[in-house]
Design a protein around this ligand. Structure first.
Ligand code: PMP
Length: 299
């Protein structure tokens, strides 16, 4: 992720990653009481662009607020810092990882002070593997009565590690994780959609991290006239559907090959979901919907 030249933003300064460290006496390390973001920048025809930068940083501010972590940066300030950081590191296609860490304090009460770190690293190796084989996890998502699930909190990801590793140990690529009522919620680090008769379905807010990519999928659907619905559904309804995909900043739009070894019916290229995938690839490169409609086969 970093080498001896890498620069990060750390508690108000731009410093060498190799020289930055955090203490051992904090709630963020001991209790997972920190909030973070996962953002990506792309090399476009107009220069380097951070996709949905403001939306991500607004979610970071919101996550801190929900977790009662004092935090004073505005989204606009953080966007500016990040562009500067990308430039200092000579990065175009990059992954951006801001984290709000609580200052030393070991109490089980709200954070007293926090500081912001932003790390950036190269993400040139294109898109992640398409056509993933996924399984329904034996782990549930964090219960919304126990956690602020709509916040992106470090501690929540212990659950993601368990679910993802279980899937890998069983020979799958990823997990589909259910909510406390047995409905499909999301993946370990992405939201989940399935397609049936040309319409897309995804879980409503409640037990999911409401993804910025998920919102972008809705935006694409609205612009291209693709029908979609947010609803609760059981894994049986998704298994063997026409198509399925994961969406998230890191994953982008990733096709699912099968769920619990049951293949999705359509060839990915024949699904409406594949149109969304192509549209997303155009959008991150800042191409507008007029251009996009001229390129895509969806009337
Ligand atoms: N759910 C979880 C649990 C995630 O970690 C992520 C990735 N941040 C998402 C959904 C997708 O969110 P986004 O599209 O904002 O990256």
């Amino acid at each position: 992720y970093y080498n001896e030249k890498s620069i990060i933003f750390y508690d108000g300064d731009y410093v060498k990653a190799a020289e930055a460290s955090t203490g051992l006496y904090g709630q963020s390390l001991h209790y997972g009481y920190a909030v973070f973001e996962g953002i990506k920048s792309y090399k476009t025809d107009h220069g380097t662009r951070i996709f949905k930068a403001k939306e991500h940083y607004e979610r970071l501010v919101k996550s801190a607020e929900l977790m009662l972590i004092p935090f004073n940066y505005t989204a606009d300030e953080m966007v500016d810092i990040t562009y500067k950081l990308l430039e200092m590191n000579g990065l175009e296609n990059a992954y951006i990882r801001p984290i709000v860490i609580c200052s030393p304090n070991m109490a089980l009460s709200k954070g007293k002070e926090s500081y912001l770190a932003i790390e950036v690293w190269n993400w040139d190796n294109g898109y992640l593997a398409n056509e993933m084989k996924v399984m329904t996890s034996s782990f549930e998502r964090p219960n919304p009565k126990a956690f602020k699930v709509e916040a992106k909190v470090s501690g929540h990801y212990v659950n993601s590690i368990l679910a993802c590793q279980e899937a890998k140990d069983k020979g799958f690529d990823e997990a589909i994780v259910l909510d406390a009522d047995g409905n499909v919620a999301e993946s370990s680090g992405a939201n989940v959609f399935f397609e049936k008769e040309g319409k897309l379905f995804t879980a409503p807010k409640g037990s999911i991290l409401p993804g910025i990519t998920r919102a972008t999928v809705f935006e694409i659907c609205d612009n291209l006239g693709i029908p979609y619905e947010e609803k609760f559904f059981k894994p049986e309804e998704m298994r063997g559907a026409d198509a399925g995909f994961f969406c998230g900043t890191a994953a982008e739009i990733v096709a699912l090959d099968s769920m619990d070894n049951v293949p999705f019916k359509l060839k990915w290229e024949d699904s409406v979901a594949s149109v969304i995938q192509q549209a997303y690839r155009h959008l991150v490169l800042e191409q507008d919907y007029i251009y996009l409609k001229s390129k895509l086969q969806y009337a």
